[in-house]
Write a protein that binds this ligand. Structure first.
Ligand SMILES: Cc1cc2nc3c(=O)[nH]c(=O)nc-3n(C[C@H](O)[C@H](O)[C@H](O)COP(=O)(O)OP(=O)(O)OC[C@H]3O[C@@H](n4cnc5c(N)ncnc54)[C@H](O)[C@@H]3O)c2cc1C
Length: 412
């Protein structure tokens, strides 16, 4: 009989792993407490970018110097609930330490391994399925206030060049003919070619689920309270036996790992979106407004503004002021844009203190595997995390070194 694999969590990571394990000939059950494509999933509301070149972690050498601005300025895209700070410190301190040059350089190398072929990974995952139509190949434009701002990021561009990304700093003429829909607060752009985006993350997830089910995969809607080496225990006290268990539960994985005495330093880096409907204008490709850390993505006939970093704890309700902030940005960036309807959303980026995901096998539980922690690039790397962990479960030989991503790095 085929090995029976149970995956806890059916966002982009769990779905990608599930489909690839099924294609590898195993019997797979995906368990999630919400429906696939639900707005409670982080994979539902992201900016949709397949951000191959997003290899510079937030914790970079300039961060400590700029921290007072990020924490205290009303113009900052970073929000912190001050009463949450004591709880955040055990994550924040190592996070900041990782901005030191040596760690920073290693993180970039290990992120690049996961991001660089994102478009090909998404295409391979969805080949001959209805999900493939949501993948758009094209450029992503980084938008800056002016050339002096680009100069400040010179070292980041040098790193991206070293890693072989194909990009161009536009001349004034090129900028003004292509980006005349932006306010004159923004005057420069660097375009990154050979990137991509998903035109509806929700429909993309639903279409991958359809393929998974059509190939014989099982989906069970239930909350998992704990696991052991061979059992998954549900909130209603039912127990599901499994030959192998894979945890893909995003930021909520921490709770499940705690029950099996596995440490992980992960935090909910909350982000928000406003989707504008019936808009007067759609840019042809996604934009990243660098000083505001906001992405603007055309998605079918809507425009999604997504971003912000908010540390308020995993369970705190959404603070309305975050949406007001995004609304003020829309006016500031595209003043002539008009729209008739809005959707508001908040989600939880699963962000480890070293900006790398947790991927691989448990050191002490023979049948337990992990794939979570995609932070700002979880959609980008979801199919690759799924592929690497399914190759591991299927005992396929690869040259990929999983050491930097193992959960055991948090055990000291
Ligand atoms: C505003 C914003 C913009 C972003 N933009 C981008 C972007 O442009 N590009 C990019 O690559 N990434 C982006 N991201 C990050 C990306 O969305 C996430 O990293 C990614 O979706 C994580 O996927 P996941 O499958 O690991 O987690 P999730 O999608 O959160 O899925 C985890 C699932 O586990 C389930 N679960 C958890 N615990 C249990 C339990 N005990 N029992 C049962 N089910 C459980 C949850 O219900 C959930 O469905 C963005 C994030 C935000 C917030």
């Amino acid at each position: 009989m085929n090995k029976n694999i149970v995956i806890v969590g059916a966002g982009i990571t769990g779905l990608s792993a599930g489909l690839q394990l099924l294609r590898g000939g195993l019997a797979v059950t995906l368990i999630d407490r919400v429906d696939i494509g639900s707005e409670k999933q982080t994979s539902y509301g992201n900016a949709g970018l397949l951000a191959a070149s997003s290899i510079i972690p937030l914790s970079s050498p300039g961060l400590v110097k700029n921290l007072p601005f990020y924490l205290f300025s009303k113009k900052s895209p970073l929000f912190l609930k001050y009463s949450y700070l004591p709880k955040l410190l055990p994550w924040l301190i190592p996070f900041l330490k990782n901005s030191q040059k040596h760690n920073f350089t290693n993180i970039i190398k290990n992120l690049h391994q996961l991001t660089y072929d994102t478009v090909e990974q998404h295409i391979a995952l969805t080949k001959n399925t209805k999900a493939s139509k949501f993948i758009n190949k094209g450029k992503i434009s980084m938008i800056f206030r002016d050339q002096s701002e680009i100069l400040k990021s010179k070292s980041d561009f040098e790193i991206r060049k070293k890693y072989g990304f194909n990009f161009k700093n536009l001349s004034d003429y090129e900028f003004s003919s292509e980006y005349n829909f932006l306010s004159n607060n923004y005057n420069s752009a660097v375009e990154f070619y050979d990137h991509g985006w998903i035109s509806s993350p929700q429909k993309y997830l639903e279409a991958i689920k359809k393929e998974f089910i059509s190939l014989g995969g099982m989906f069970k809607k239930a909350e998992v309270t704990s696991i052991s080496n061979n059992e998954v225990i549900l909130k209603d006290n039912n127990i599901i036996s499994a030959d192998k268990i894979l945890i893909c539960s995003g930021v909520w994985s921490k709770k499940l790992l705690k029950n099996i005495k596995h440490k992980v330093n992960i935090e909910a880096e909350r982000g928000f979106h406003i989707v504008l409907k019936k808009v007067s204008f759609l840019p042809p490709n996604p934009l990243m407004i660098i000083d505001k850390k906001i992405a603007i993505t055309p998605m079918e006939d809507t425009l999604r503004f997504a971003g912000i970093v908010d540390f308020s704890g995993i369970d705190a309700p959404a603070d309305k002021s975050r949406y007001d902030y995004i609304r003020s940005l829309i006016k500031n960036i595209m003043p002539s844009l008009s729209w008739k309807e809005e959707d508001l959303w908040m989600g939880q980026r699963p962000s480890t203190s070293d900006s790398l995901p947790v991927l691989g096998k448990s050191k002490s539980l023979e049948n337990v595997y992990f794939a979570f922690g995609g932070q700002h690039v979880g959609l980008t790397i979801g199919p690759k995390l799924g592929k690497l962990v399914s190759d591991l479960i299927l005992n396929k030989k690869t040259n990929f070194n999983l050491d930097p991503y193992l959960q055991s790095r948090f055990n000291n």
